[in-house]
Ligand binder design. Structure first.
Ligand code: KG4
Ligand code: ZN
Length: 346
């Protein structure tokens, strides 16, 4: 099976061609970082226009590079939400047009589902597994029972984890996107200098909270000498922030693994996915935790953690293989919780 995947839900215009033998024949991502950087965050209108400008050529180049003719595709998969609706519409209209013209099945993929299944594109990860989903808009622990069957065990009560990275970076005057910028400078900092809170640590359940941490970072930055922050101060705040996030995620994931194991005593796989999963400190911490509790951690390579078309194509393959295709008139959705994803054929 060979599927074309299209992703336009945030600030990356992406397309990929993937086979059911897990071969990524082509995977192109066009980041809009430079267009949004002057504003310190994603501007939805700019994102939608940029997707519109680039999507046709990107899809053409990706399929050409893959060596797979349009006529040889088995399906067209596209992110149908959740995301910035202007961008989602651009991808969905492109996919619908291709599916209609080529007479191919169309697969409407939930963006979170594509992150959730991305680990299965790179490793043998059987269902069920525990997923730590860490993106710019979400932070969740999910029991992935099967394709389309997602049980959310814990979620953030306020900010998403990527948002916390991005806001902290902004306070420190670092460039957008904040996650990679924080990670880069944190290596040079002293993580013990600022005692930032670890919200919900040790509490029952496995929900997350990041807004208190964000406030603590803002207060610490306010108390630094006025004027431009020194490189040392920036590195120390970044390192202290990243340590607090890592400790929090570790504690919450431990609780999640315990809950998950009670329901699935034989399951052995922990997966981390989403843009923040590109963070090496977080990956190392989770790897240790998994080892301690007898789980195996699967973390897709960083290029498959941040938004990309390959994960959409792969989710398309998983759904198409189960007969889960969609009609040409499905509606793109700005909000689409994982729990509302369809798991059986109509
Ligand atoms: O999954 P993703 O590409 O888009 C969404 O679905 O939201 O995640 C984007 C988020 C951004 O907040 C970005 O700052 C964060 O992932 N991110 C990172 C790193 N790379 C990307 N956060 C921490 N460390 C990184 N290396
Ligand atoms: Zn994403």
């Amino acid at each position: 099976m060979i599927v074309l995947g299209i992703e336009t839900s945030c600030d990356e215009t992406a397309a990929a061609v993937v086979t059911s033998a897990r071969e990524i024949r082509a995977n192109r991502v066009l980041s809009q970082f430079a267009e949004h950087a002057p504003y310190g965050g994603v501007v939805p209108e700019i994102a939608a226009r940029s997707h519109l400008e680039h999507i046709d050529r990107l899809v053409a180049k990706t399929t050409e590079e893959s060596g797979v003719a349009f006529s040889a595709l088995d399906g067209i998969a596209v992110t149908g939400g959740p995301g910035l609706i202007g961008g989602v519409i651009v991808g969905v209209m492109t996919a619908k047009t291709l599916a209609q013209v080529l007479g191919k099945p169309l697969i409407n993929v939930n963006h979170l589902e594509s992150h959730a299944l991305s680990a299965r594109l790179v490793a043998d990860v059987p269902f069920p597994y525990l997923l730590l989903l860490v993106t710019g808009g979400h932070c969740q622990l999910v029991s992935v029972e099967d394709v389309g069957r997602y049980l959310v065990l814990g979620t953030t009560m306020d900010d998403a984890i990527g948002e916390a990275f991005d806001k902290t970076a902004k306070m420190l005057g670092l460039h957008y996107p904040g996650g990679p910028a924080i990670e880069e400078i944190a290596v040079q900092g002293n993580a013990a200098r600022f005692k930032f809170p670890r919200p919900l640590l040790g509490r029952p359940g496995c929900d997350f909270s990041f807004s208190g941490l964000k406030t603590a970072v803002a207060q610490a930055v306010d108390q630094l000498p006025p004027g431009a922050l020194s490189r040392n101060d920036i590195a120390d705040v970044a390192a202290s922030f990243q340590a607090a996030v890592t400790d929090t995620v570790l504690d919450r994931t431990r609780a999640g693994l315990e809950t998950f194991r009670a329901a699935h005593p034989k399951a052995q796989h922990l997966v981390v996915a989403g843009g923040v999963a590109a963070n090496a400190a977080l990956r190392a911490t989770l790897d240790d935790l998994a080892g301690q509790l007898g789980f195996t951690l699967t973390a897709p390579p960083p290029v498959l953690c941040t938004d990309n078309g390959a994960m959409v194509a792969w989710a398309g393959i998983e759904r198409l293989g189960r007969g889960l295709t969609d009609p040409l008139d499905f509606a793109p959705r700005p909000r689409w919780p994982l729990g509302e994803v369809r798991s059986s054929a109509r």
